[in-house]
Ligand binder design. Sequence first.
Ligand code: BT5
Length: 235
Amino acid sequence: MEKLKPRIIRLDEVDSTNEYAKGIAPDVPEGTVVVARRQTSGRGRRGRSWASPEGGLWMSVVLKPKKVDPRLVFTGALAVVDVLDEFGIRSGIKWPNDVWVDRKKIAGVLTEGKAGQYVILGIGLNVNNPLPAELRETATSMIYLIGAKVPLDKVLERLVFHLNAWYRLYRARPDLLMVKVRERTFILGRIVEVSQDESSFVGRAVDVLDDGSLLLDVNGELRRVVHGDVSLRPL
Ligand code: BT5
């Protein structure tokens, strides 16, 4: 397949666009997009929930890559960074799947795949939606940063455009995709805490490797992190 064909399925309400996309994935072409005005059970990683009230952009795209590759998440994060740039908002990627503006999370990406069949790439971007009280310290939105309502359809159109471009680059030159990821990853050089299942450790983020893993310097020893949650330590 040469190009993502943006066939868009629009829903008023759904549990999760990722869940919906999984259900239709075997029967639809690559590039099919599912977007919902609100999600009743929007999901993050590891069973965490994703606040998805009306006004935000909650979408999933069906991809059919050769393999389930953890680097696919970066195509979504880079696309969000580009869209925000177009709206005059400077953002950065917090490895592996968050987009942050001014120390607050504005978007998250969730990839879920079935080997040999599909990868669902879900993106949640706070656009005009209110944020629940418990997220006000840690999250932000486009309407808040711009100070005016943002056309949601335009955001979707630009997001699909950039996603298409990054996905094509991923397929042709994944090494170049990773160059861009490094440029846009704002935690490099910073002291971070990585939490994995039961354990956590602190180190300096040194690099994002070509396979998508994060390289940390932990007391002078280099450690490769394949999965985990990264939090920033105060400077
Ligand atoms: C993510 O998980 O950041 C991935 C979020 C993906 C959401 C999209 S929406 C469309 C598609 N359909 C779905 O069901 N999901 C995808 P994670 O890194 O685990 O972060 C989850 C954490 O982010 C939560 O525990 C909260 O702390 C925080 N959070 C929840 N809702 C948020 C929001 N709207 N804005 C900012 N932070 C939020």
